[in-house]
Write a new protein. Structure first.
Length: 347
């Protein structure tokens, strides 16, 4: 099967990061993939030295780009459905004209909100082109498209134990995170911190913090596995932290309409549903302070309390990883849907 993935890079690394992970996973399962994008620089940062031969990156901004030169796809996937709103030029329109009968999936952002299950695999007609599209919703429940976990890393058998009882924190955050408060809290607890993305923002790091240079995406899982508590953000690093089986603090991509707060709580409620109130309340308190949803909260106090629950939270995190792996797998859901497509889809 040949799959065309359309990636509009909005900002940060997440759109490109998710699309590259999806493309690589499909390309390593015996299919060929064209990843059409509009930001070569971001992909240069993310791409490993030897990507799969079945994966072809195509820059729509390149003067030589001609949609008619693209190989005939058996499936077109448009993550984050951005062609309608955010391309400077709607690259989807010529593709819908070139490939009118090709199944077209609009893959939405990941959410744990309950409404997602009711919309998964719904369809609509593109008002501009009359093209039928099918919505896939990633998620954490049986009736969603799940998450990409076919490439989940193997887990170390036993959690690492630092001789001095210190924890190692991984921090990958947005500019509005209360970084200085975490520096003080980690100093008070005697922990070490690996700070990813230091180059993305100029900040003086204290001695117990070290800058982690940007690594290719294929090494990112190893980077997470080297740490005990993972402060992650966005969507892809958030999912990879869950698959790492480590306690995580998620800084969600902030939106002006505060919808991010609803999404954050929706996930936390599902993630911590089986926990005792003490550890659940402790971690939620840290999450709300880290996401600046509680401006009065004392991050040091919250961190020290969460830290005291680390062994319990680590056990919960490994169980959550197992839950994800037993749930739907996004690549498998996409390819199975395409292979089983009912002829009625064309009507
Ligand atoms: O960069 P992000 O904040 O991306 C965000 C989110 O995707 C968000 O949903 C979206 O709306 C917004 O972009 C526009 O965080 P995210 O999703 O974790 O993507 C980061 C990617 O970068 C991920 O694939 C991991 C990868 N990465 C590396 O490969 N190497 C690195 O060293 C680092 C720090 C990240």
């Amino acid at each position: 099967m040949h799959v065309l993935i359309i990636c509009k890079v909005i900002d940060n690394y997440g759109d490109a990061g998710f699309c590259l992970r999806l493309a690589r996973a499909i390309a390593t399962q015996g299919h060929s993939v064209t990843l059409l994008h509009d930001n070569a620089a971001v992909f240069e940062d993310l791409l490993e030295p030897n990507p799969p031969k079945a994966l072809d990156l195509c820059d729509a901004q390149d003067a030589a780009y001609r949609p008619e030169k693209l190989p005939q796809p058996d499936l077109i996937i448009e993550p984050f459905g951005t062609s309608a709103e955010q391309w400077t030029h709607r690259h989807d329109v010529p593709l819908k004209a070139l490939f009118p009968n090709c199944p077209w999936i609009l893959l939405d952002y990941l959410s744990a909100e309950s409404w997602v299950e009711g919309f998964h695999k719904s369809q609509s007609i593109d008002p501009k082109t009359g093209h039928r599209v099918t919505y896939f919703y990633p998620g954490f429940g049986e009736r969603t498209a799940g998450v990409i976990h076919c490439d989940a890393p193997a887990l170390a058998q036993e959690p690492r134990q630092d001789q001095g009882g210190r924890l190692s924190l991984f921090v990958f955050c947005y500019a509005n995170a209360p970084l200085e408060e975490l520096m003080a809290a980690s100093r008070a607890s005697g922990d070490l911190v690996g700070f990813a993305g230091a180059a993305m923002r100029k900040v003086d790091l204290p001695p117990h913090w070290r800058a982690l240079p940007f690594c290719p995406q294929t090494e990112f899982d190893n980077r997470l596995a080297e740490h005990d508590v993972l402060f992650v953000r966005g969507e892809d690093s958030f999912v990879r932290a869950q698959l790492a089986g480590k306690p995580l603090v998620w800084q969600i991509y902030p939106t002006d309409d505060a919808a991010h707060a609803v999404k954050l709580k929706a996930f936390f409620d599902v993630y911590s549903a089986a926990w005792a109130p003490a550890e659940r309340n402790a971690l939620w308190r840290l999450w709300t302070i880290w996401n600046r949803l509680d401006e009065e909260g004392d991050l040091m106090d919250a961190w020290l309390e969460v830290r005291s629950f680390w062994p319990i939270l680590h056990a919960h995190s490994r169980r959550w990883r197992t839950h994800l792996q037993e749930g739907p797998e996004l690549v498998k859901e996409l390819l199975t849907w395409c292979a089983q497509r009912s002829p009625t889809f064309d009507k």
